[in-house]
Design a protein around this ligand. Structure first.
Ligand code: NTF
Length: 828
């Protein structure tokens, strides 16, 4: 910086220019970036070069605002949110960033002038798939809303070199390919190796005398460097740009030498290997953590880096740490970042020399925990042996937290050993382990579930003792989705129609969609709405033809089930419905002319180690193969399973859907967010009373929702009474015929062994009660068929779904977090 420019001079605060807000400016900047960043002339540039140059142009445009927001957040020192999440399933960035900066039309015209189509450029972007499913996508929606609402905040996570695997099918079976999303580089990120944090692992602890005070300290065995990569998170046309900071692990010479000198060669090699692997790959387990050592390393790696980053770089000089609760709230996105709690305590007590009680009081105000599941197997536990080996000081801290907590429990309830064992953060069986959800609950100022039903079950069934012990700690924040990506961007035609009717205020105030209700009674509007749906189907049909070579039939009801493959979500129920329809026709029970033409679209990845889920994928493909090619069906039933369902494909599928399948066993799906996206885009839902389906149905009304299946209390009662799936099989000839057809080898070239494990699991175990809900599901699908026959009435319902689901904006969710949990001040 020149001497004459003081740090407060305007030119020192922001870049010297804010380019590209006009078409000519965009052209100039684009060509400049093409020449100077990519090193090519327009005439010799590839589509990738052009994409990168456009991305840089948008990035440059946002830069001034970003730097200003960073400065403002550092200067004001008002309370902000640190969102800690191991996953951010971002989706493509270009379109979103163009929209947020209101540059879409300028870019389109500018590129056209250069002979380039913006649509072609968009297709070049590889989406960053740094998440598994709902949890990671929720985090991405939340950072969008935080920026749009102008909440001082930062998202912290991991910059996985490989995101969620790319799914391919070989002979109908899932084969995973690595997701090398960084091959052409990521134009949206800024590496800051100079701000790397050193993250330690292993070693031992010791006590020492500090002028008469006995203190503990951790003497680590090895360490890695955490390099921050910053991503811009622009708010929607509000001039705000927040930050997402993702950490990448690298080895350093420094640690090599230190450990090498200590003589422990094996440890040094180990550390170096780990340094390179810690941020290498996203674990593809959704809902079923495998308890792998590397995963705990990833978790500690990113939360330790984030906490130190916050304390070192976000606080003003000499900040009084006892004020931290007025300055920050760390929101724990599920149990993955919960190791942040003992790390924060370690920093306060061991490094800042704070008294334990004072530090604990601060910690309990600085953290809040969101639980995203009800499945017991999804609640993370870490064996004490592993945690103690990797993070010995943290284990000591967890023990002390637990000891003091259990003392308090005893003081209230007496020596009820059963209760103590149930509430202990440390589980004794099958191996001594740390229950991360309990640790988070004890430490968190608030604990929230992600839909009303989920929060209720969390309090009543998963953590009832904690709810009694900590009155007022539990709350609900129903999930939401960003209307920018999942309506405005992904459904431009519907957006235009809505805006023409009620103005564009809905983009940031989604409840305004209510104003559409009267239009449901307007025949012209219904016609226009139906035309939009038809146009979206044509777009999807083109995408699937180009992407997968599928031929999508015209005039079909589009019936969609897209989500991770998990038994509790019950893709098998949908398969049984398809098989049953097919069986009805081929057996002559049903006249083919009575089959309402449907195209069923599946999208689902299975965790690579989840054998049953992979078999179900195989079965879906096998059923599709037979059904799609059997002339007796006269093309009235089509089953399509495009591989590698991701955010980019979701943005095409959801706007085109007529029917949204949300058919989990009641009490198992915490919330769901796909369900919200479909309703918001005018698909009708067939669903159980589960997760956020409950709230969707309440809002759209029973007449505009197809409810089926047992309620959660009914599931509970059946479980208590003793569920025997084979009884349902015996009692229902239609169900029997469908299962028998699968068992006969009809979908496996006569080989009965291929799907035998699926069939016997259904008949003898069926943990998620597919057979118990089958009859109800099929009956409700009959009502779907009947309703679809009256297209005008269907469209009316679809419009009401759009009009009444504004509640599911992630802006509303964030508002609830602010009111119920964070208590952050109004936007700066
Ligand atoms: C998921 N949880 C739930 O299964 C979904 O119902 C919910 O919509 C999303 O979280 C977002 O809240 C998980 O992925 C996990 F990991 F917690 F099991």
């Amino acid at each position: 910086m020149p001497d004459s420019l003081s740090p407060t001079h305007p030119l020192a605060l922001a870049p010297v220019f804010a380019p590209a807000s006009t078409k000519d400016g965009f052209v100039e900047q684009f060509l400049h970036n093409l020449n100077f960043d990519q090193g090519v002339a327009l005439s010799s540039s590839s589509a990738t070069d052009q994409y990168l140059a456009v991305a840089h142009t948008v990035r440059d445009y946002l830069m001034a605002r970003w730097l200003e927001d960073l400065r403002r957040q550092r200067e004001t020192q008002s309370k902000g949110v640190c969102y800690l999440s191991a996953e951010y399933l971002l989706g493509r960035q270009l379109d979103n960033n163009l929209l947020a900066s209101d540059l879409t039309e300028i870019a389109r015209e500018a590129l056209a002038e250069c002979g380039i189509s913006l649509d072609d450029i968009r297709a070049e972007e590889v989406e960053p798939g740094l998440g598994n499913g709902g949890l990671g996508r929720l985090a991405a929606c939340f950072i969008d809303s935080l920026a749009t609402l102008g909440v001082p905040s930062i998202g912290y996570g991991i910059r996985y070199e490989y995101g969620i695997f790319r799914q391919t099918f070989v002979d109908g079976q899932q084969v995973e390919q690595p997701d090398a999303w960084l091959t052409v580089g990521s134009p949206w990120e800024f590496a800051h190796p100079e701000n790397a944090q050193t993250i330690s692992f292993g070693g031992h602890t010791e006590t020492y005398d500090d002028e008469g005070v006995t203190r503990s300290r951790w003497v680590p065995g090895w360490n890695v460097q955490a390099v921050p990569y910053n991503y811009m998170v622009p708010g929607y046309q509000n001039g705000r740009v927040n930050t997402l900071r993702l950490w990448s692990a690298v080895a350093t010479d420094a640690f090599d030498l230190r450990i090498f000198n200590s003589g422990d060669y094996e440890e040094a090699v180990r550390a170096q290997t780990f340094a390179e692997t810690i941020s290498k790959v996203l674990y593809p387990e959704d809902s079923t953590p495998q308890g792998k050592e590397l995963r705990l390393q990833q978790q500690y790696f990113f939360v330790a880096a984030s906490i130190h980053d916050f304390l070192d770089n976000m606080l003003s000089e000499g900040y009084d740490l006892s004020n931290l609760p007025n300055r920050v709230i760390f929101q724990l996105n599920d149990t993955h970042p919960v190791i942040a709690v003992p790390e924060f305590m370690r920093v306060l007590v061991d490094e800042k020399h704070m008294e334990w009680d004072a530090a604990w009081a601060i910690t309990q105000q600085c953290f809040a925990y969101t639980c995203h599941t009800l499945l017991p197997e999804a609640l993370e536990v870490w064996p004490v042996e592993l945690l103690g080996r990797l993070l010995p000081r943290h284990l000591e801290i967890i023990y002390r937290i637990n000891e003091e907590f259990l003392t308090a429990v005893r003081a209230q309830y007496g020596d009820d050993e059963m209760l103590i064992r149930n509430m202990s953060i440390i589980a004794e069986h099958p191996v001594r382990s740390v229950r991360m959800a309990y640790l988070a609950t004890v430490a968190g100022a608030k604990v929230n579930g992600v839909a009303e039903l989920h929060s209720q079950l969390l309090r009543e069934k998963v953590l009832p003792d904690f709810d009694a012990f900590f009155p007022g700690k539990f709350t609900n924040v129903t999930n939401g989705v960003t209307p920018r990506r999942f309506l405005r961007l992904s459904n431009p035609e519907l957006s235009r129609l809505i805006t023409a009717a009620i103005g564009d205020g809905w983009v940031t105030d989604l409840e305004r969609l209510r104003e559409l209700e009267p239009f449901a009674e307007d025949a012209d509007f219904r016609r226009a709405f139906a035309e939009v749906k038809a146009a979206n189907k044509r777009v999807l049909s083109t995408v699937l033809r180009e992407r997968d070579g599928f031929a999508v039939s015209d005039g079909h009801m589009l019936d969609v089930m897209v989500k991770r493959l998990h038994e509790y979500k019950r893709q098998l129920l949908k398969v049984l419905h398809i098989v049953s329809t097919y069986e009805g026709v081929v057996s002559g029970r049903v006249a083919v002319s009575d089959v309402v033409p449907r195209t069923v679209i599946f999208g689902a990845k299975a965790a690579p180690g989840y054998a049953m889920a992979k078999r179900i994928i195989h079965l879906i493909n096998a059923v599709g193969e037979v059904v799609n090619n059997d002339a007796r069906l006269e093309g009235r039933l089509q089953v399509l399973f495009p591989p590698n369902y991701n955010v980019t494909l979701a943005e095409r599928v959801i706007p085109a859907a007529d029917l949204s399948e949300q058919i989990s066993l009641a009490g198992k799906e915490a919330s769901g967010t796909g369900n919200m996206k479909f309703a918001l885009n005018g698909a009708l839902t067939i669903g159980t009373d589960d997760g956020a389906n409950v709230e969707i149905r309440q809002l759209v009304g029973d007449d505009n929702f197809f409810l089926f299946g047992m309620s959660e209390p009914e599931v509970d009662a059946l479980e208590t009474a003793g569920y025997r799936p084979s009884e349902f099989y015996q009692a229902d000839p239609q169900l029997r015929a469908a299962i028998d057809l699968i068992a006969s080898g009809a979908f496996s070239h006569g080989d009965r062994s291929v799907f035998e494990p699926v069939v016997s699991n259904l008949l003898y175990e069926d943990r998620f009660m597919v057979l118990a809900d089958f009859a109800s599901y099929v009956a409700e699908q009959g009502r779907v068929d009947a309703a679809y026959a009256d297209q005008d009435a269907w469209t009316r319902s679809a419009i009401l779904n759009v009009a009444r689901t504004g509640f599911f904006s992630s802006d509303r969710s964030i508002g609830d977090y602010i009111d119920r949990i964070w208590h952050t001040p109004p936007a700066l």
